[in-house]
Write a protein that binds this ligand. Structure first.
Ligand code: MN
Length: 258
């Protein structure tokens, strides 16, 4: 099996290293990842600057992968169209430092990379690890959990082109309570900005959203992760609101000329 591994924290991020180590037991792993951190860039792509690509070598001198001066979605496109010698069987994005649940799924570069893989019809999985300040992230243990879930998903969904979002709870309070298959939460978080003044007297702001949702809807990725479960959510990227499609088709006809 050939796996494409990417992320949004950059090719040198410890979460990617840990996951690569585990995925190597499943087959060949090619890494194509951003040269620098690209968290919360969502599904951005690079059109106005060159996508400089450089090989990155492991400590033993072997090729670890390719660092791309671009976004996570650029990395997946470049890997599939230009860099890899064959189409991978699976694309994995992560492990991200910090969860990607609720509406944050839509800001996530980690998830965007997996979505890009699904655009190409390849089974794609985003993996994130919850971060609770000031605890150290245990990527090695999270990667072992991720591998177990990925193996299970592959048994059923290898070659399906399906898209999955996995979140692993902070492991400082012990192992996860289990795995829950849950929908994405849609509640808003409290937006906060720190207002500061720079040395030249100009006002600037620093985005500091609180990662506590304003209300809680039970049985979503947000609540299950907070309760200590690994969350597994099937995603799709068709944004059509099918509940209202038919009504809108009925209500609207081509405007006539007057
Ligand atoms: Mn990130």
């Amino acid at each position: 099996m050939h796996i494409l591994l990417t992320n949004d924290d950059g090719i040198y991020a410890p979460g990617l290293r840990a996951l690569r180590q585990e995925l190597l037991s499943l087959g060949r792993v090619s890494v194509v990842a951003p040269a620098t951190e690209q968290s919360a860039v969502g599904h951005s792509i690079t059109l106005l600057t060159p996508l400089i690509v450089q090989p990155v070598h492991d400590v033993d001198g072997s090729l670890l992968g390719w660092a791309v001066e671009g976004k996570p979605a650029d990395c997946v496109k470049l890997a599939l169209v230009e860099l890899l010698d064959e189409t991978p069987d699976l694309i994995v994005s992560g492990i991200n430092a910090g969860s990607n649940v609720g509406i944050n799924v839509l800001y996530s570069g980690t998830v965007a990379a997996a979505i890009e893989g699904a655009f190409f019809g390849i089974t794609s999985i985003a993996v994130s690890l919850e971060y609770r300040d000031p605890v150290q992230l245990d990527f090695a243990e999270a990667a072992r959990w991720a591998r177990r879930l990925i193996v299970q998903l592959l048994e059923k969904y290898r070659g399906s082109g399906r898209l999955f979002n996995i979140n692993i709870p902070s492991l400082d309070a012990g192992p996860p309570k289990g795995v829950r298959v849950v929908p994405q939460g849609i509640v808003r978080y409290r937006e906060q900005f720190q207002r500061r003044t720079d040395p030249r007297g100009r006002v600037y702001f620093w985005s500091m959203p609180e990662l506590v949702p304003l209300q809680t809807t039970p049985d979503t990725d947000v609540t299950a992760l907070a309760e200590g479960y690994i969350t597994l959510t099937p995603l799709h990227f068709d944004l059509t609101d099918y509940r209202h499609l038919e009504t809108l088709q009925r209500d609207f006809t081509t405007p006539g000329h007057r």
